[in-house]
Structure formats: C-alpha cells, structure tokens
Design a protein around this ligand. Structure first.
Ligand SMILES: [Cu+2]
Length: 143
C-alpha cells in the first residue's frame, strides 16, 4: 500500500489554508535605504520597494525601529505648487504588485536617531501589516 502515501500528501497540501501574508514570500522588500543625516539634523527618511507577492491586498499599518524614537508612514504631495507631507494611517498594496517608496513620494519619516548613523550602517525597521505580520527589514544608510 505504499503508493497511497503521495496521494495523501497531495490532498493535504491542497486543503491547507493559504497563509495571509507570511514572511516566506508574502510581502518582500528590495533596495531599502535611509538617507544619511547631515550633522545636527534629527530627521531623515527611509525608502524601499515593497512587493505584495500574494493574490490579496496587503495593508501596511505601521512601522517601528529600535534605532529611532519615531517612525511614521509619510507621503510627499504637491498641491497648488507647494510640496507638503501627509501621514496616511495605512497603505494598501494591490495583489501581486509593487509600491515604491522614493524621494518625492511615499517615505518612512525617521525622527530622533538613538545613535549617529553613517553611510554603510545597517538599521532594522519593522514593517507591520494588518493581520499581524511584522516584517523586519534591514535598511542601509546611504549618502
Ligand atoms: Cu515625511
């Protein structure tokens, strides 16, 4: 009766629920970096490319880091020729799509670093998604 075994395994994998947004390929991050702060500045920004590898929307609801007193999701918008920043409470990632955090658009506003950051330093920022997924991402400080 050995032949039964692979059949049972196949059935079980077909029946097991699809994880909401696990770290294993659920949401991935590329090219994560932080702008190096000029001396005396207490504020900088983090950028990255977020990718939702699932067939469902994923919602970024918060970010935090032990390296900064405050991390906020921000978006730079231009209205009537004036640039300003807004603080969206969440950002939805469309299924199987990427969202780019870049200068002039979405960014992570990083305030009050707990130590001096130099180009090349790694800083971990935790991205929190609706449903409980927390994705620790290594950002690199760049000039
Ligand atoms: Cu900002």
């Amino acid at each position: 009766m050995r032949w039964r075994h692979p059949v049972i395994v196949c059935l079980m994998s077909a029946l097991s629920p699809v994880p909401a947004a696990s770290g294993e390929g659920g949401v991935s991050v590329r090219d994560a970096w932080i702008r190096e702060m000029p001396p005396g500045m207490t504020m900088t920004a983090g950028y990255m490319e977020l990718r939702n590898n699932t067939s469902r929307p994923q919602v970024l609801v918060a970010a935090s880091s032990s390296g900064f007193e405050s991390v906020m999701i921000h978006r730079t918008i231009v209205k009537d020729g004036m640039a300003g920043m807004v603080h969206p409470s969440q950002i939805e990632l469309a299924p199987n799509a990427s969202l780019i955090f870049a200068p002039g658009g979405y960014h992570l506003m990083l305030q009050m670093p707990k130590r001096t950051l130099r180009a090349g330093d790694p800083v971990v920022i935790n991205l929190e998604f609706r449903g409980g997924l927390v994705l620790p991402v290594a950002f690199e400080v760049r000039k």
